[in-house]
Design a protein around this ligand. Structure first.
Ligand code: PAF
Length: 350
């Protein structure tokens, strides 16, 4: 591992894995908070995938919210067997869901038993897996409604100001409350409206349900979120998806009651009407989307319950075809890249 700056020595310091739009947005908010608190050099560093990525890093990140670019140190990851004495105290993971396990494993030898891992992925499967792997006390989840996209590498547009909810799966008792309070103090709580949610699991289940209803359809109809309500065929699919998602989740003991999912989905579509969903952004850039962690995961849950899931399965199949076409169209050789891609390049959350 090569450092462009000294490793962060303080337990308050952050390393961000995944320099996509979300990673850059959080990095800038953290660096700005450090500036305000007169911390001297920023207490946040970006973890970039290799020397090449590090060489291409301009040393600063631009965010549409900030008047000037912020200088943020970066570190290149050399691999899982890397021996550089870098200690990661707080790791914010903003890679795509499908790349997160590999990405965290690539820095695992820089984590100690007290390091905190904060996950910002769509879906719920990866949060459950990492909570099991690294321990319920160390793993935190964030669910966010902030909208962001990259104008250029390390140049992020904060397109929609939202909120961020921080919690832990299996969070029970006063210990978890104290852990969440102390972690929130290290986050840019005011700038990014970070709240504590003692039932983040329920929030993530609901977000999963909403993403399963919306995201793939925006790709199938190649439209902004709000347009789904205007296209009769899309409206019909939305309503059928909502019914089926509710039925599947009703059979999952850990999932909370969904209530009226159709009304919630309509609300999200009104509020985010002008947004291009994260899945459509991926497809338009010729990248793998998080679909396996959205409708794909829902279909896995349905199979485990021996339930049919035809509407979601059809949407998943359509998505796979569209995704593979988009990847092929963007590939320089015209041939599809392998599904397993390396972390932190095209895999960061946009
Ligand atoms: O994935 C996304 O883009 C968002 O979660 C949502 C809710 C679809 C709004 O754009």
């Amino acid at each position: 591992m090569t450092l462009t700056d000294k490793p962060i020595p303080r337990a308050a310091g952050w390393h961000i894995l995944g320099a996509g739009a979300m990673g850059c947005l959080w990095a800038c908010a953290m660096a700005r908070q450090d500036e305000r608190q007169a911390m001297g050099s920023p207490q946040v560093s970006l973890l970039l995938r290799d020397q090449e990525a590090l060489a291409g890093y301009p040393g600063q990140v631009i965010c549409s919210d900030m008047e000037h670019p912020l200088s943020i140190p970066a570190v290149a990851i050399a691999g899982a067997d890397d021996q550089t004495p870098l200690q990661i105290h707080n790791l914010l993971v903003t890679t795509k869901a499908q790349d997160t396990l590999t990405a965290v494993a690539s820095v695992a030898n820089h984590l100690s038993t007290t390091s905190r891992i904060v996950l910002l992925q769509n879906g719920l499967k990866i949060q459950q897996q990492l909570t099991r792997l690294y321990g319920a006390e160390r793993v935190f989840c964030v669910s966010t409604s902030h909208g962001a996209w990259l104008k250029a590498p390390f140049d992020v547009v904060h397109a929609g100001n939202g909120d961020a909810w921080l919690g832990q799966l299996d969070a029970t008792g006063t210990c978890s409350r104290a852990r969440l309070q102390s972690l929130r103090q290290l986050l840019p709580a005011e700038q990014l409206n970070v709240h504590i949610d003692h039932d983040i699991g329920a929030r993530l289940w609901r977000k999963l349900a909403i993403n399963c209803a919306i995201n793939a359809l925006t790709v199938i109809h190649d439209c902004r979120n709000g347009e789904l309500l205007q296209i009769p065929e899309a409206r019909q699919s939305l309503s059928r998806l909502c019914d089926e998602i509710c039925k599947v989740l009703q059979a999952i003991p850990e999932a909370p009651p969904m209530g009226d999912l159709w009304t919630q989905v309509q609300h999200v579509l009104h509020v985010t009407a002008a947004n291009v969903s994260s899945t459509l952004q991926d497809i338009r850039r010729g990248r793998h989307s998080e679909i396996d962690h959205l409708n794909g995961y829902l279909c896995e849950l349905a199979s485990a319950q021996h339930m049919p899931c035809p509407v979601n399965r059809a949407v998943l199949q359509q998505m796979r075809v569209l995704e593979s076409r988009a990847i092929q169209a963007h590939s320089p050789t015209g041939s599809e890249r392998p599904r397993q891609s390396s972390p932190h390049r095209s895999t960061d959350r946009q």
